[in-house]
Design a protein around this ligand. Structure first.
Ligand SMILES: Nc1nc2c(ncn2[C@@H]2O[C@H](COP(=O)(O)OP(=O)(O)O)[C@@H](O)[C@H]2O)c(=O)[nH]1
Ligand SMILES: [Mg+2]
Length: 348
């Protein structure tokens, strides 16, 4: 999982470390060679620049005598450029990559740091902080929410076709059931042939009640019935499936808005696949614009080497990633935890 991004982040760490290792021993020597800096034929502009450099070098040299180093923006330029490229290649969307880079630049440049600490470690800390900052926006602890909210908690799942909505509903159904909750599933994908049967099979296997209508019927009506059943049968959670729809299909997006108006769900969960990368980010934005989401589930993380989609989707929607799908079995649902995710990215 996330191997590619992991590798590139480690490269960034090393590249910052190496750069400063090479730069440091030469600094005091350069600072004392006054002759070299005042050769007459050097043009004025260059002389000014060299004066600036000298001032920088002198202050670095002074820091060196205190056992410190100062990171200049120039030291960071190369590694940060490489990092930005690495983030972009790993499905981190451009504005997100830029905000990460800016924050690291602010965190690191001009800092006096004891040699005792590896500069790579500092860079890693800054990078961890800036990713955590994005992922921790509006945290929503799913388990706490279910525990404390009035019952039944009504959850509607949205997203495009084939991303893993139905599978995630089954996984979440099992998880909730194991935690002692009464669950009812609403077969709200009345559009795709076989969708109701697929959900029915899961419900049967899991021993969970399912409410269904005919294929082609109004999804809002099915979900409404499931909510009524939950209320009368004292179920705790309604998990409502919906048909996969393209975010560009105006009619289907209107239908989603109608479902939301009629049902007034407590949570709307957007489901997409981590491997879809920037496409998933774009879709998350448009789904969130149509019917504001409470959070996302990113499926197929088991097959994702990049890892950037989670960071980007959290940033673009301003809503948390709630779970990761990490396989095809019911147990393969991992509650998303920022520290866990970041630790995976920096594993060596
Ligand atoms: N590897 C992997 N496959 C998944 C995951 N979640 C769903 N799938 C598979 O993705 C396919 C589509 O899933 P489905 O739930 O039918 O998608 P839906 O159209 O959004 O309801 C199925 O073959 C699932 O087994 C996951 O986390 N990892
Ligand atoms: Mg489905």
């Amino acid at each position: 999982m996330f191997d590619k991004l992991k590798e590139r982040l480690n490269d960034f760490r090393k590249s910052i470390d190496d750069k400063l290792k090479v730069a440091q021993p030469e600094q005091p020597k350069e600072a004392s060679s006054k002759e070299a800096a005042s050769v007459p034929e050097v043009p004025a502009a260059e002389q000014a620049e060299s004066r600036e450099n000298r001032a920088g070098i002198l202050s670095r040299a002074a820091a060196l005598t205190r056992g410190e180093t100062i990171l200049s923006e120039k030291d960071l330029e190369g590694p940060l450029w490489e990092l930005e490229m690495a983030l972009l290649e790993s499905d981190v969307a451009l504005p997100v990559a830029e905000s990460i880079i800016d924050r690291i630049k602010k965190d690191l440049s001009g800092q006096h740091k004891k040699f005792l600490h590896s500069t790579g470690d500092l860079a890693e800390d800054a990078l961890r902080d800036s990713i955590a900052n994005i992922l921790n926006v509006h945290t929503l602890d799913f388990d706490e929410y279910i525990k404390n909210h009035d019952k039944p908690v009504i959850i509607v799942f949205t997203g495009v076709n084939g991303t893993g909505k139905t599978t995630s509903i089954a996984k979440l159904g099992e998880r909730l059931k194991n935690n002692g909750y009464g669950v009812v599933i609403a077969a709200g994908d009345t559009f795709r042939a076989g969708a109701i049967e697929q959900l029915e099979k899961h419900a049967e296997r899991l021993g969970i009640k399912i409410i269904k209508h005919q294929q082609g019927s109004d999804p809002a009506a099915v979900i409404y019935d499931a909510v009524a059943f939950a209320r009368s049968g004292n179920k705790d959670v309604v998990l409502a499936d919906t048909a996969g729809r393209l975010h560009t299909n105006v009619n289907l997006m209107e239908q989603l808005k109608k479902i939301s108006r009629v049902i007034k769900p407590d949570l709307v969960i957007f489901v997409d696949e981590a491997i879809a990368g920037n496409d998933a980010v774009e879709r998350a934005k448009l789904f969130n614009d149509a019917v504001p989401i409470s959070g996302s589930i990113l499926t197929k993380a088991d097959a994702d080497s990049k890892g950037g989609a989670a960071i980007s989707i959290a940033h673009i929607t301003g809503k948390p990633i709630l779970f990761l799908g990490v396989g095809q079995e019911y147990k393969d649902l991992k509650k998303f935890e920022t520290d866990w995710f970041i630790d995976r990215l920096f594993e060596r």
